[in-house]
Design a protein around this ligand. Structure first.
Ligand SMILES: *[C@@H]1O[C@H](CO)[C@@H](O)[C@H](O)[C@H]1NC(C)=O
Ligand SMILES: *[C@@H]1O[C@H](CO)[C@@H](O)[C@H](O)[C@H]1NC(C)=O
Length: 418
């Protein structure tokens, strides 16, 4: 607006201003709201009306040693710049990031307790205590304070080992795989779904619940999405189970049996913009050490093992035939995969993104045991199977692992049942 004579220009009717502002992504929208009082009025009414639905380009959220412990760096792919946002206590650098969806980040603190936090609004909500998860029991000291946790080792009715004891801050290494927040229009509440160990089982809680609800008996899930009250979860062997979370009981319905025997690729499930579900299989291989032919290959510290993505396979889910149909190209679509919710977008709605690329962050199972590894982050080109760097890797701390997050003004308070 530099040099523009804002004051003397004729005012646009507010409904037209609102229409225009509703096409902007959040940073531009916030800036537009600062231009003058009528734009500010349009901005506030757009936010309060709930009519602002613009799909956002995800940001890469990471922490950095060069900024404070409470600061999240958010890299915008659209503007190619970093925003720094101060988050509520406890420090974001002391937490694990175990998921993101609909603008919410799911974090695990040093007592392995979970919070959801919206970096844009700064709102934070504590989730039901970790000791209400089926497999976790508190162990108290003489004064009645929790001293350790005991983690049970069963799924369904199968005992796979003895329970074992973990310090408060180590439970999160073993327990958590992935978690997302979904807004549930049928009950006007938010649901948090968790993949947790042993063997990657499911539990969920509505915000405001006092405890987690376990979804037995199956296990071995890698990713999930929530559509119209139904939770679809994909297993490490390509099977898909559905759970209706709106009913009084949460019976499992098998949508598709397993599609392979080996567990090698990372599995994702995405809603296609054309409707229907897609499965993505991502193959991450260990980068071999390049040594001289006549020298023995040196022993490698497990912490130095580096992985990179070599292949992505795409499949359309044919729910009627209970089968997968391979797709050769993403065409004009873009995928976001990693620890955040898997997303598929049309490239033309996000002109700064590269069509037929998969924007990925690391997604190793048990990633908390590989904290200092180099992270496998970049834009994977589906045409020639190569990865392009997005942000220089020295910018971020490798732990907590960077994650994609699509910013959102969502407020928990407005979604809570009264
Ligand atoms: C892969 O394709 C991109 C875009 O077409 C190109 O810039 C890059 O050099 C290619 N990489 C290889 C290894 O062929
Ligand atoms: C990329 O990987 C896919 C899937 O494995 C393969 O079919 C294709 O030939 C590869 N393309 C190139 C250029 O290497």
């Amino acid at each position: 607006m530099e040099g523009a004579t804002v004051n003397s220009s004729p005012e646009l009717p507010i409904d037209i201003l609102i229409d225009i502002l509703s096409m902007l992504e959040i940073p531009d929208l916030v800036r537009a709201g600062c231009v003058c009082s009528s734009w500010h009025t349009a901005y506030t009414s757009l936010r309060s009306s709930g009519l602002y639905k613009r799909q956002q380009t995800p940001w890469l959220l990471y922490t950095s040693e060069s900024v404070g412990d409470n600061v999240a760096c958010m890299y915008s792919l659209t503007e190619k710049r970093v925003y720094r946002l101060t988050l509520p206590e406890p420090p974001i650098r002391s937490r694990y990031l175990i998921g993101s969806s609909n603008g919410w980040l799911v974090t695990a603190d040093e007592r392995s307790e979970l919070h959801i936090v919206n970096p844009i609004t700064g709102e934070q909500v504590a989730l039901p205590s970790v000791i209400t998860i089926e497999h976790v029991k508190p162990i108290f000291d003489d004064a009645g304070a929790i001293q350790h946790y005991e983690l049970s080792q069963y799924y369904g009715e199968y005992e796979i080992g003895e329970p074992y004891i973990l310090p408060l801050d180590n439970l999160r290494d073993d327990l958590y795989d992935k978690a997302f927040v979904f807004s549930d229009s049928t009950t006007r509440s938010f649901i948090v779904v968790l993949i947790h160990n042993p063997i990657s089982q499911l539990s969920f809680a509505r915000v405001g619940d006092s405890k987690w609800t376990w979804l037995p008996p199956s296990a071995d899930y890698e990713d999930f999405i929530y559509l119209d009250g139904i939770l679809y979860a994909v297993t490490s062997t390509g099977g898909i189970d559905a759970f209706d979370l709106t009913g009084p009981t949460f019976l499992r319905k098998v949508i598709m049996d397993r599609m392979k025997c080996s567990v090698y690729e990372r599995m994702y499930i995405v809603q296609s913009p054309l409707g229907g579900l897609l499965q993505v299989w991502r193959e991450q291989d260990v980068i071999p050490i390049v040594g001289h032919e006549d020298e023995a290959v040196p022993e490698r510290d497990p912490l130095e093992i580096e992985r990179e993505t070599r292949k992505m396979m795409l499949y359309k889910v044919d729910t009627a035939a209970k089968n997968l149909v391979q797709i050769n190209s993403l065409h004009n679509h873009v995928l976001f995969l990693g620890y955040g919710q898997s997303l598929c977008m049309r490239a033309e709605e996000h002109p700064q993104l590269k069509a037929a690329h998969v924007y990925m962050t690391d997604a190793l199972r048990g990633i908390a045991h590989w904290k200092s590894n180099r992270r496998d982050i970049g834009a994977f080109n589906m045409e020639n199977n190569t990865t392009e760097k997005i942000v220089p890797s020295q910018c971020w701390c490798t732990w907590p692992a960077p994650i994609w997050i699509a910013p959102n003004f969502a407020k928990m308070s407005s979604g809570l049942k009264k």
